[in-house]
Design a protein around this ligand. Structure first.
Ligand code: ATP
Length: 397
């Protein structure tokens, strides 16, 4: 088959090899010589008097799987629709591969969009749905048929080519929509909640399928999701949005380990947040924070720029907290007593809510590494929790 959409295993392996040898291959945004594929500059969008996006700046590189996340109504879909060309910005500039996109209609952009609902035509078979995108491409009938065949093969739907959408499962419909979106070989694929119609297990399996296809084609994927685990699992970088602004852009690990604000910390891992005031900053960068809500001082290894008496929040992920029936020796300053207030056994882990003496609830995850039906601690059991100084971060907003 001659279509570029079909890449055989050997070619994919060669590409994988070349990529791994390239410096910055996985992190093109760190390469000073690499130009971004998509540049969003000072973009705002008003709906009547309402400002849905405010002065957005973002650069996305070729081959990235880029996630837009944030609470409902923060402007994710608006951003996606502007990239697709269904909406024009009220101010600012969008360029793709150096070309200004303002005023360029959706069909003339090197971009395609896969909608949340998949938007398949119910009266068309799978192959007709997939072929629809290249109907007016100028290709011969034969060439189109070959391209449809290649696209169906890529998403492993060849055997269902003659079925109608109502004869498919949610996951199969999703794959048809993906084939239809990719058949035009866009440089950028925009995906609005691509996996939200699937149940958890299928969603996880499909995440890998989607990534494999993306990897083989090298197409840039920009996707919107509500699911933080999905964003973490799939993306090269994540932009966290709030009220029409981007608050942080980073790799999943950056965002998880070094959130800039309480909202980001909360979005990517249900962090425990303890309000406090900076009491002391040691010359080695260790910061002592007085936290009235737990009635004690906490020590945090965070080399950010802070000042004494500054109002801050100490954020600690639940899995970074140790829990024990006895005081943990050598735990240092960040140790406090409490009782088990709530617990939920989830199989792979147990989630505990520990109530401190000041009635602050702190969430702790305990991995169930060994097979046992006995819980480490039961309801109302007195316990101690502690964490290392470099496990927490200090947030100023
Ligand atoms: P969700 O996660 O709920 O899909 P979102 O982050 O995708 O939300 P958008 O759909 O981009 O959010 O909407 C951003 C804001 O703009 C929301 O407050 C929404 O009510 C508003 N909005 C969207 N479309 C319009 C419109 N056509 N007219 C007026 N306001 C709009």
């Amino acid at each position: 088959m001659t279509q570029s959409i079909t890449i055989d295993q050997a070619a994919a392996e060669k590409q994988r090899q070349e990529m791994s040898e390239k410096k910055f291959a996985d992190q093109p945004w760190l390469d000073p010589d690499n130009k971004p594929q998509i540049v969003i500059e000072n973009v705002s969008k008003n709906y009547g008097g309402f400002q849905a996006l405010q002065d957005l700046n973002l650069s996305i590189y070729k081959g990235e799987v880029f996630a837009l996340v944030g609470s409902s109504g923060c402007g994710k879909t608006t951003m996606l629709r502007m990239l697709a060309g269904f909406l024009e910005p009220s101010a600012g500039k969008i360029t793709i591969d150096g070309a200004d996109m303002i005023g360029v209609p959706p069909c003339d952009r090197p971009v395609n969009m896969m909608f949340q609902s998949y938007a398949l035509f119910p009266h068309m078979t799978v192959e007709k749905n997939v072929g629809y995108g290249i109907k007016r491409s100028g290709l011969s009938k034969q060439a189109r048929a070959a391209r449809v065949e290649a696209a169906l093969d890529m998403v492993q739907m060849t055997s269902m080519a003659t079925r109608y959408p109502h004869q498919l499962s949610g996951g199969q419909r999703q794959r048809v929509a993906l084939a239809r979106a990719l058949i035009r070989e866009p440089k950028v694929l925009l995906l609005d909640e691509p996996l939200s119609a699937l149940d958890k297990k299928l969603r996880e399996a499909t995440q890998f399928e989607l990534l494999n296809i993306q990897y083989k084609l090298g197409t840039t994927f920009i996707f919107v999701t509500h699911d933080q685990e999905e964003a973490m699992a799939m993306s090269s970088r994540i932009a966290v949005m709030d009220k029409g602004r981007i608050i942080q852009v980073g790799t999943p690990a950056d965002i998880y380990e070094f959130p800039k604000t309480r909202l980001v910390a909360d979005f990517v891992g249900n962090s425990n947040l303890l309000a406090g005031v900076i009491k002391e900053i040691a010359p080695d960068g260790r910061v002592t924070v007085h936290c009235p809500e737990i009635g004690m001082d906490l020590v945090v290894d965070d080399h950010g720029r802070f000042r004494e008496m500054q109002k801050v929040w100490v954020a600690i992920h639940p899995e970074k907290i140790k829990m024990s029936a006895e005081p943990i020796e050598g735990a240092g300053l960040n140790q406090l007593p409490g009782i088990v207030w709530e617990l939920a056994y989830l199989g792979h882990r147990t989630v505990y809510q520990i109530k401190t003496e000041q009635s602050k609830l702190i969430t702790v995850f305990v991995e169930n590494a060994r097979r046992s039906t006995t819980l480490a601690l039961r309801w109302n059991a007195p316990c101690f929790i502690s964490w290392a100084a470099d496990s927490a971060v200090i947030l100023t907003e």
